[in-house]
Design a protein around this ligand. Structure first.
Ligand SMILES: C[S@@+](CC[C@H](N)C(=O)[O-])C[C@H]1O[C@@H](n2cnc3c(N)ncnc32)[C@H](O)[C@@H]1O
Length: 397
């Protein structure tokens, strides 16, 4: 049974990839045996994972595979939401929002998600990301090609859309390695900027940068937003790609509203989203590679998901940023990682514990960046993209 399965995988690899796997056959035995013990479907998944981890697939094959999975995912979502049947569609959208609202916590699996990305060695991200260390979609207007410039273009757009002025107090939720918090503290010296994230290493990096740049108007808090309670209020609350880690937007919006001063204050949120069909990143199913290794507990909101949670925040304005901006961003991260592979490896060894694990994770990070690029490039960037939202506190009559 095992021999014939390995032979099938070998044959499939030769047909689909034009590759012979004789040397790999011995290494396949252990994962295939382990997978068979769990059930027949697992064997295929284990073989796929093994092929990914060992860099067997060419990029062209990986990209084709990701696009095929995205097509299947969309077909499943269409079955689930039945967008052609307006009554079912509206009910299903409402049910998704109710499900989020019914959860006891703001976010789930926060420790796993934190380990997957945010406690990975900062030096690894210094290699992949641009000089602002922006770990989110950047902006490539006409003429911008360089990642550093694209980071800056998006940071400037936030300032404009969030209507930020010098002297304001600003709270950033999910501040990452400080791309926006450091930028704001530098651009608006009379402002007081506070950033929050659940990662210690992010805080250490930002504090060192603030010190090196002589910035004294920036404070970084390390806390899980689930458990953190605010004591201050602000003119602006901003958040860039943190809400995708969250579930209960009702509770989250209440928290954001509690952070806003009365009067002219505003909250500006940047999330990635699907144009109309929201879903959870789920583990434990065939297409869940992304959820398992990179996005446990994550949510793909729809462009209009926030509109179901309007009791604490009133939407003033929204915008869409075409997904191709994210595709270019992720491609830039991939290219930088590939170009500086030798520099990357020691940090991956330090993070994942051994040479063998580091080699595996290098491949997984490659597939992650490729998958992000393909997701946001799908359908010309009009299927999955980035939403920007400006909220104010609802006026009390
Ligand atoms: C995709 S990164 C974006 C980082 C940054 N805003 C940027 O644009 O570069 C998401 C951020 O949200 C933070 N985050 C995720 N879940 C969190 C939680 N439960 N509590 C606090 N921060 C969280 C992560 O640590 C990380 O800083």
């Amino acid at each position: 049974m095992i021999e014939s399965l390995i032979a099938t995988i070998d044959r499939a690899a030769r047909y689909t990839l034009g590759l012979d796997l004789p040397a790999a056959r011995a290494s396949l035995r252990q994962p295939v045996e382990a997978a068979i013990a769990k059930g027949p479907l697992n064997a295929l998944e284990a073989a796929q994972e093994w092929a990914i981890d060992n860099g067997v697939y060419t990029d062209a094959v990986l990209r084709r595979g990701v696009r095929a999975l995205l097509k299947t995912r969309l077909e499943e979502l269409h079955k689930e939401y039945q967008p052609h049947n307006v009554e079912c569609y509206v009910e299903a959208k409402r049910a998704f929002a109710d499900q989020l609202r019914g959860l006891q916590e703001l976010a789930i699996l926060t420790d796993v998600a934190n380990e997957q990305h945010y406690e990975v060695d900062t030096e690894f991200f210094r290699i992949c990301l641009g000089k602002h260390m922006k770990y989110s979609c950047c902006l490539y207007p006409e003429g911008v090609r360089d990642l550093d410039d694209a980071e800056r273009a998006m940071l400037e757009l936030y300032c404009e859309r969030a209507q930020i002025e010098d002297g304001m107090s600003i709270m950033e939720l999910g501040c990452g390695w400080g791309s926006l918090s450091l930028f704001l503290a530098q651009k608006y010296p009379k402002s007081r900027v506070t950033g929050l994230s659940n990662s210690n290493s992010q805080r250490e990096y930002i504090e060192a940068q603030a010190q090196a740049r002589g910035l004294t108007n920036l404070t970084i808090i390390t806390a899980d937003i689930n458990k953190w309670t605010a004591t201050d209020t602000f003119d602006r609350v901003v958040s860039i790609e943190m809400f995708e880690h969250m579930k209960n937007y009702e509770m989250l919006f209440k928290k954001v509203a509690s952070l806003l001063k009365n009067g002219d204050s505003r909250a500006f949120i940047h999330v990635f989203c699907h144009r109309d069909l929201p879903y959870h990143f789920q583990t434990g199913e065939a297409q869940s590679w992304m959820a398992r290794y990179f996005f446990s507990g994550g949510t793909m909101p729809a462009r209009d998901t926030f509109s179901y949670f309007s009791s604490s925040l009133a939407l003033e304005r929204d915008w869409a940023v075409n997904g191709t901006h994210y595709a270019k961003t992720s491609r830039a991260w991939l290219d930088r990682m590939d170009e500086r592979k030798d520099e990357c490896m020691p940090w991956l060894v330090r993070c994942y514990g051994s040479e063998a694990e580091a080699k595996k994770w290098f491949q997984r990070w490659r597939v992650f960046y490729i998958a992000v690029e393909e997701l946001f490039a799908y359908n010309g960037g009009n299927e999955w993209f980035v939403g920007h939202y400006l909220f104010k506190k609802p006026s009390v009559e």
